[in-house]
Design a protein around this ligand. Structure first.
Ligand code: TRP
Length: 326
C-alpha cells in the first residue's frame, strides 16, 4: 500500500525512485495505491484545483505503467472507512509524539497561520490508510520512515489493547530500484522544490527537455587519462545510464577516458534519448487526462476494490474494540 500526494507534477526522480517500484510490485503483490487527496487538505484547504490534480496524478501514474486492472488505484476521500479508523487511532496517538514529528515541525514553520489539528495528526491518517488494508509493505522513500515508525507504534498499541488485528507495516523497495536521479545542475537530486531547470518533468515537451539537458553544466573535458570525474559530469553519465543504450554510454565513457569527449555531442545524444523516453509517457498521460469517462471508471473500480478490503478490516476493528453491540 502506498499513497501519492496530488500536488506537483511527476518528475524523473519520482519515476525511477517510486513509480517504477510500484509497477514492479503490482505483479508480485496485492497492491493498493491511493491518491492522498484528504492529506492535501492539511496544507491546501482550497479545493478549486483538486479534481484536476487528482486526474493528473492518476493519468501520470497509469502512463508510467501502473495498471488499474492489477492494483486497486483509488482516491482516499472515496473510502469513508478511512475516516472511521483515523478516529479510533487518534485515541491511541499522543500529542507529544505528534508534535515531535519532523514533517509537522517543518510544515508548522512553513504555514505558521494554519497549524491545524489535521496537520498534527497527518501521521495518524497515513497509518489509517495503510492498516485499513492490513498492509505489510509500504513502498516509500526515506522521508516517510518516521511516519511508518509511528504507524507501527499505533499498530502495537491497538493490538496490545484490543487484540491482534494489524501486522506491522514496513518500508519496502526493490533494492536496485532505489536509484538516485541527479539534478541537471550538478547539485543534489531531482526534486520538486529545487531549481526548475534542473528537474525533468514527465510533462515537459520535447523542446523544454532539450533545453534543460543542453543547459547542464560541463567543462572543457579531461586532459589526462584516468582523471576522476567531477560530480556534474558523473551526473550526466548517471542520467545517460537511465535512458540511453549501453553501447552509447560505453562510447562516451571511452571518449572520456581517452580525453576526446565532446560534451556538446554527449548532451545532444542524452537530450534525444530523454525525449524518446519521456514523450510516450507524456502523450499517454495527456490522452488519459482528457478522458474523464475513463478516469471516472477507474476511480470507481479502484474504490470498489479498496472498499471491500476496508469493510473487512473495519468489521474486525469494531469486534476487537467491542463496538458491536447493536
Ligand atoms: N505522506 C505521504 C507523502 O507525503 C503520502 C501518503 C499518504 C502515504 N498516505 C500514505 C504514503 C500511506 C504511504 C502510505 O508522500
Amino acid at each position: 500500500m502506498s499513497g501519492i500526494r496530488p500536488t506537483g507534477y511527476l518528475h524523473l526522480g519520482n519515476y525511477f525512485g517510486a513509480v517504477r517500484n510500484y509497477v514492479r510490485m503490482q505483479d508480485e503483490f496485492e497492491c493498493y495505491f491511493m491518491v492522498a487527496d484528504l492529506h492535501s487538505l492539511t496544507t491546501h484547504p482550497d479545493t478549486k484545483e483538486l479534481k484536476l490534480n487528482v486526474h493528473r496524478v492518476l493519468s501520470e501514474n497509469i502512463a508510467c505503467g501502473l495498471d488499474p486492472d492489477k492494483v486497486a488505484l483509488y482516491c482516499q476521500s472515496h473510502i469513508y472507512e478511512t475516516a472511521e479508523l483515523y478516529l479510533y487511532l487518534n485515541m491511541l496517538a499522543y500529542k507529544g509524539e505528534l508534535e515531535k514529528t519532523v514533517t509537522f515541525k517543518d510544515k508548522a514553520r512553513q504555514h505558521p497561520d494554519n497549524i491545524n489539528a489535521g496537520l498534527l495528526t497527518y501521521p495518524v491518517l497515513q497509518a489509517a490508510d495503510i492498516i485499513l488494508h492490513r498492509a505489510k509493505y509500504v513502498p516509500v522513500g526515506k522521508d516517510q520512515e518516521q511516519h511508518l515508525e509511528m504507524a507501527r507504534n499505533f499498530v502495537n498499541r491497538f493490538n496490545h489493547r484490543y487484540g491482534d488485528v494489524f501486522p506491522e507495516p514496513i518500508a519496502f523497495n526493490f533494492g536496485d530500484d532505489l536509484v538516485k536521479v541527479p539534478s541537471l545542475d550538478g547539485a543534489g537530486k531531482m526534486s520538486k522544490s529545487e531549481n526548475q531547470y534542473a528537474t525533468l518533468y514527465l510533462s515537459d515537451d520535447d523542446e523544454l527537455i532539450r533545453k534543460k539537458v543542453m543547459k547542464a553544466k560541463t567543462d572543457s573535458g579531461p586532459t589526462e587519462p584516468n582523471t576522476p570525474m567531477p560530480d556534474y559530469i558523473e551526473n550526466i553519465f548517471l542520467l545517460m545510464k537511465l535512458v540511453s543504450a549501453e553501447d552509447v554510454v560505453a562510447k562516451y565513457q571511452g571518449d572520456y577516458n581517452n580525453c576526446i569527449i565532446r560534451y556538446g555531442d554527449m548532451k545532444k545524444q542524452l537530450a534525444e534519448d530523454m525525449v524518446k523516453f519521456i514523450t510516450p509517457i507524456r502523450e499517454q498521460a495527456d490522452s488519459i487526462r482528457n478522458d474523464e469517462k475513463y478516469l471516472k471508471e477507474i476511480m470507481e473500480k479502484g474504490a470498489a476494490k479498496a472498499r471491500k478490503s476496508a469493510k473487512a478490516t473495519i468489521e474486525l476493528v469494531r469486534d476487537a474494540m467491542g463496538l458491536n453491540y447493536y
